[in-house]
Design a binder for this molecule. Structure first.
Ligand code: UDP
Length: 422
């Protein structure tokens, strides 16, 4: 998937963002882009849809191409055993105690070897390779003739990893030229420079573009939701760290005092094998309550998710671990107060009482939910704050600027010269 012809720096796609972020931001991106024009960049991750990484790459790659940087996106393929292993690694980086068996390690390594055989010519020739998350991390060691700079991009809350699993992963990530984490808290001892670049949302994507009221109401009605009654919405993969059961508990506690409907919307990511079991638990916990809507959506249901978030009175993301939580920025951008778990990247996005509330328990979430439903003017004010905060900090143009600056710094061989941060 290569992009536009080279030398097209400053073309139509980027120009569309001008009306959202202003011309100075776009000018700066074009200036940075000019230094990198014609370079070949490859991003590698493990799923084309579902989850935050795919969401970002889907928007990021065309923009880099639009700047004249020849950018492609490759997805590694793997066996069921491989994805069970990588899910175990993901959970362990987020602190779970379950470790890796030798069978798991050999599946991790052999699947990467197979992918390396396919991708090696492209990766070894590239000027920059961005490897996202642990799944494809061994690729660097499997490309001995690489000529470009390689960056490991960790999207996970790795602040308190299972040490044994981290030590194993470190073997693969240490040789990179640099790594990027979403928050300073997540950085780990590694023998190269680490950069802090939070992820972002695209205001012009189907997921976030403005929708008219009629479409929002129609989408809610089509899914059996009453657009005239209060609604709390959490959009997430069915994953225990997203705490869907805690959200149902919070809803039930709140509902004792307050009319309320709840949507838990999610789908599978192809690299997440635990989803089905979690979904089953969620269905069971929700059964018998017609005001709880569990929506299993296809990977391309961006406009539906957009409408659900816009139709919400309050957006929830009650994670117990969270690398960043794009759904939080998605809610903020749509002028919703967000009730988020007091963890990871949510701490960066939700400022308590300013644009939402950070909570630790279902009881806390219920209390805040009830408060927002009973004080609509306050909720509206927080929603306005939310939109402006997301605009300042969490739009794709800001992330693009940081990544381009990082590339420019690595390119001139003085990576310490530039400090890239929010
Ligand atoms: N998402 C989606 N469909 C789903 C569930 C999630 O499109 O069924 C999107 C969601 O809107 C967000 C991203 O996937 O853009 C999830 O990113 P986040 O950082 O919140 O969580 P992750 O899945 O990466 O842990």
């Amino acid at each position: 998937m290569t992009g536009l012809p080279k030398g097209t720096n400053g073309t139509a796609l980027l120009g569309r963002y001008e009306e959202v972020v202003g011309s100075a931001v776009i000018r700066q991106l074009r200036q940075l882009g000019r230094h990198l024009e014609g370079l070949r960049v490859v991003h590698v991750n493990s799923t084309k849809s579902g989850g935050g990484v795919a969401e970002i790459l889907d928007r990021f790659v065309p923009l880099m191409n639009d700047l004249g940087i020849d950018t492609s996106w490759e997805v590694i393929t793997g066996t069921e055993g491989f994805f069970e292993t990588t899910k175990t690694i993901h959970n362990a980086l987020q602190g779970a105690s379950k470790g890796l068996s030798t069978t798991m390690m050999s599946s991790f390594e052999s699947v990467n070897e197979e992918n390396a055989r396919r991708l090696r010519p492209l990766l070894e020739e590239a000027d920059f390779v961005f490897i996202h998350d642990p799944q494809p991390a061994p690729l660097l060691s499997l490309c001995p003739n690489r000529r470009g700079k390689w960056v490991w991009r960790c999207h996970i809350d790795a602040s308190r990893p299972n040490r044994k699993v981290w030590r194993y992963l470190r073997r693969w990530t240490a040789p990179y030229d640099a790594s990027i984490f979403s928050l300073a808290d997540f950085a780990q001892p590694l023998p190269h420079l680490q950069y802090i670049i939070p992820p972002s949302i695209d205001p012009l994507s189907e997921k976030n573009i403005a929708l008219d009221d009629g479409e929002v109401r129609e989408t809610l009605t089509r899914h059996g939701i009453d657009p005239d009654r209060p609604l709390a919405v959490q959009v997430s993969r069915f994953d225990r760290f997203k705490d869907p059961l805690g959200v149902i508990e919070a809803y039930r506690l709140c509902k004792r005092h307050q009319d309320l409907q709840l949507v838990l919307a999610g789908g599978g990511a192809t690299d997440d094998p635990e989803g089905a079991a979690v979904l089953e638990e969620v269905m069971e916990a929700a059964s018998g309550d017609p005001d709880i809507h569990i929506l299993v959506l296809p990977g391309d249901a961006h406009r539906t998710i957009n409408a659900l978030q816009r139709g919400a009175t309050v957006v929830i993301q009650k994670s117990t671990k969270e690398g960043f939580g794009l759904t939080v920025s998605e809610g903020l951008w749509k002028r919703k107060p967000v009730i988020g778990g007091d963890v990871g990247g949510i701490r960066l996005q939700v400022l308590d009482r300013f644009n939402g509330y950070r909570v630790r328990t279902p009881q806390g979430a219920a209390l805040r939910l009830r408060h927002l439903l009973q004080h609509p003017h306050q909720a509206e004010r927080m929603g306005e704050n939310a939109h402006h905060y997301a605009k300042e900090n969490f739009l794709i143009t800001r992330q693009l600027r940081s990544v381009l600056a990082l590339m420019a710094a690595l390119q001139v061989g003085d990576p310490e010269r530039l400090e890239v941060s929010l």
